[in-house]
Design a protein around this ligand. Structure first.
Ligand SMILES: [Zn+2]
Length: 180
């Protein structure tokens, strides 16, 4: 898995690209985009409660089916609340949660089963990209300086890879921003 830096920057890129289409009151909702893009990694929580943080990690929550379920849920809530464009909102939620699967797929994963169960529950197979853009997060041996340096290097690499996209999205969003 990648660090929250990669997932959060991806969410910010999406936000900047579509922000111009939004009414002004929605501009303060970047944190919701970031939360949706990081949602899959909250599968640590039930594991923490059971005493084994890894127990449910990189399981069903790292699949496109989970992303689709989130999209349907958000769509249903948006319809129930009579919100504007519920289908677009649900699709956006599914896309943000699905972006997590893609980022983790692009991340080096040295511990079996390697990769993400992207097509769960159709198949339990794990998938990983043939080449990796990002380094894995090391969660063991956190009392070692080397582990912290490794994770810091991973987060810096994620920032370096996604910064150009972030800048492009920012310029795009401001250039084509619709006047209010
Ligand atoms: Zn993850």
């Amino acid at each position: 898995m990648a660090t929250p830096v990669a997932h959060s920057l991806t969410a910010t890129v999406v936000f900047l690209l579509i922000e111009r289409r939004m009414p002004s009151w929605r501009e303060g909702l970047l944190w919701l985009y970031v939360a949706a893009a990081n949602l899959s990694d909250f599968d640590f929580l039930p594991g923490l409660l059971s005493g084994d943080m890894e127990r449910f990690h990189r399981d069903a929550s790292h699949s496109f089916v989970f992303a689709a379920i989130c999209g349907v849920l958000v769509y249903s809530i948006a319809r129930w609340r009579r919100a504007d464009k519920p289908l677009r909102t649900g699709g956006l939620a599914a896309g943000l949660v699905g972006s997590h699967v893609v980022i983790d797929w692009l991340t080096r994963d040295p511990s079996p089963p390697m990769g993400v169960p992207a097509l769960w529950p159709i198949t339990e197979a794990h998938y990983t990209a043939p080449w990796h853009l990002f380094l894995n997060v090391e969660r063991h041996g956190l009392d070692s300086l080397d582990v912290w340096l490794h994770n810091l290097l991973g987060a810096t690499l994620e920032f370096g890879v996604l910064l150009p996209l972030l800048l492009l999205a920012w310029f795009w969003g401001h250039r084509y921003r619709t006047p209010r």
